[in-house]
Ligand binder design. Structure first.
Ligand code: NAI
Length: 469
């Protein structure tokens, strides 16, 4: 196997940035260059005050340690490709917006462009690693493109090495992964390439956690893992609807079923719905794959996971309207949290966006606070969510606050959309004093102590609890 000494990572986003920064951190003998076409993003990675383009706990420390030593960020894609022995492709693979498979299939345009760039500029052999989440058999297409365009004497080995990190705990996950999965062709060359990459991870990941499988299994395992995780959330959310209707408590139900060792206690928290750039996209991708394979029942099964999530979000919005005496027109609602989960600034597919959109269409006034999301991002997300409404109109209905306390002033209701720890710790007494009465709290994340809030005087509605407010 090739001894890897130079790595290039194409794509400096939520995956490429943290994964390759951790490789550099753990492998001082390997030079790692992360490249991107987006100059602003690269400038942020290189900024002298470490204002990095993404927020992840612990990321700054890793970058501080390795940047300039063996970790580099650049827009010179070609040079980094030419110098590397191993290239990670970590570009975005969003859901297609138009054409065949629109709304379901993955848009592989960025993967293909990056692959073609590798073929065009490489003048030595490379191991090319799919890090992006891709449909099953994408490695085959990459190989065809690379082989059809390579120079004489250049060999390309393709590996699949999907990323399982979760945003918000990316650095923790990367430093101590549950497993690292590497898929390769089961040929001598394929297995050699697999060993080269496994040797990189061996610098910090215990051997028994590095799983090696065939290429297609590896690609499918990533889609399967995300589908199963999202399905678990949709299952508990479906049960939360039953709890609200019957008077059962989803927390108690989750606790009770989680004790079964076959089910396990993790990832059983009911919420206003899952978000993030991956779950929905990857399931829709699996649905599309199933349909292409003429497996309509399988497609319908997985599609229902996404539909349940949509239902959960709209059900929550409806609860807010119903509870506020069936109208929120002209009322003032604070939305605490805009990121799709705590400890990230990422808003892609955030349930908060759907909630705010629903509140705006009921002509409520909304004040938003999130400790990590930039104002500009909120305006962008709301414009995209309400394509028919001009931004000026949205701005007349929406205010962005700089603290949770400010956001809640003079409101009729507070909606907790993201489970930021600071929302549990805010001074609810003073929130209550400054709100219009009756003062409502809608907890979409089972975050606050509902009884303590009721003792202050709040009317509290928690997801998955049948009790009256
Ligand atoms: P991202 O959008 O944050 O980053 C992708 C980057 O690639 C962008 O900065 C873009 O400018 C750059 N790029 C696109 N085409 C390029 C090209 N031809 N040359 C150079 N740079 C190029 O996306 P993110 O979230 O990092 O996701 C990347 C992949 O990883 C996706 O396939 C995603 O499904 C997968 N993934 C994401 C996870 C997450 O938590 N965000 C977790 C696991 C996998």
């Amino acid at each position: 196997p090739v001894q890897v000494s130079k790595i290039c990572c194409i794509g400096a986003g939520y995956v490429g940035g943290p994964t390759c920064a951790v490789i550099a951190f753990k492998c001082p003998h390997i030079s790692v260059t992360i490249v991107d076409l987006n100059q602003a993003r690269i400038d942020a990675w290189n900024s002298s005050d470490f204002k990095l383009p993404i927020y992840e706990p612990g990321l700054v420390d890793v970058v501080k340690h390795a940047r300039g030593r063996n970790l580099f960020f650049s827009t010179d894609v070609d040079k980094a490709i030419q110098e590397a022995d191993l290239i990670f492709v970590s570009v975005n693979t969003p859901t297609k917006k138009s054409g065949v498979g629109a709304g379901f299939a993955a848009d592989l345009n960025y993967v293909e462009l990056a692959t073609r760039r590798i073929a065009a500029v490489a003048h030595s052999s490379k191991i090319v690693v799919e890090k992006s989440t891709v449909p099953c058999r994408t490695a085959e297409s990459m190989r065809t493109i690379l082989e059809a365009n390579s120079r004489p004497g250049c060999r390309f080995d393709i590996l699949s090495n999907p990323e399982f990190l979760a945003e918000g705990t990316a650095i923790e996950d990367l430093l101590a992964p549950d497993r690292v999965l590497i898929g390769s062709l089961q040929t001598p060359d394929g297995l050699n390439a697999c060993e080269s990459l496994a040797n990189v991870y061996a610098n910090w990941v215990p051997k028994e956690r590095v799983l090696t499988v065939g290429l297609w299994s590896s690609e499918l395992s990533k889609l399967a893992a995300n589908a199963m995780l999202a399905q678990r959330i949709s299952s508990i959310n479906a049960l939360s609807a039953i709890c609200e209707a019957t008077g059962a408590n989803i927390d108690e139900v989750a606790h009770a079923i989680g004790f079964d060792s076959r089910i396990g206690p993790k990832f059983l928290r009911a919420s206003v719905g899952f978000g993030g750039s991956c779950f929905q996209k990857d399931i829709l991708n699996l649905v599309y794959l199933s349909e292409s394979l003429h497996l309509p029942q399988v497609a319908a099964y997985w599609r229902q996971v996404v539909e349940m999530n949509e239902y959960q979000k709209s059900r929550f919005s409806k609860t807010v309207v119903d509870t506020l005496f069936n109208t929120i027109t002209g009322k003032h609602i604070a939305v605490l949290g805009f990121a799709f989960k705590a400890d990230t600034g990422d808003t892609r597919e955030s349930p908060a966006i759907s909630l705010v959109r629903d509140f705006l269409s009921e002509r409520a006034y909304v004040t938003i606070y999130d400790p990590q999301v930039e104002e500009a991002q909120i305006w962008l997300d709301l414009s995209e969510a309400c394509p028919l409404v001009p931004l000026e109109t949205i701005k007349k209905q929406v205010t962005i606050a700089s603290s949770a306390l400010d956001a809640c002033k003079n409101m009729e209701a507070v909606v907790i959309a993201t489970e930021w720890k600071e929302f549990r710790e805010i001074n609810w007494d003073s929130v209550y004093k400054n709100m219009n009465k009756p003062a409502f709290v809608f907890d979409g994340r089972m975050l606050v102590d509902a009884d303590a809030l009721r003792a202050i005087g709040f009317k509290v509605k928690v997801i998955g609890r049948g009790e009256r407010v």
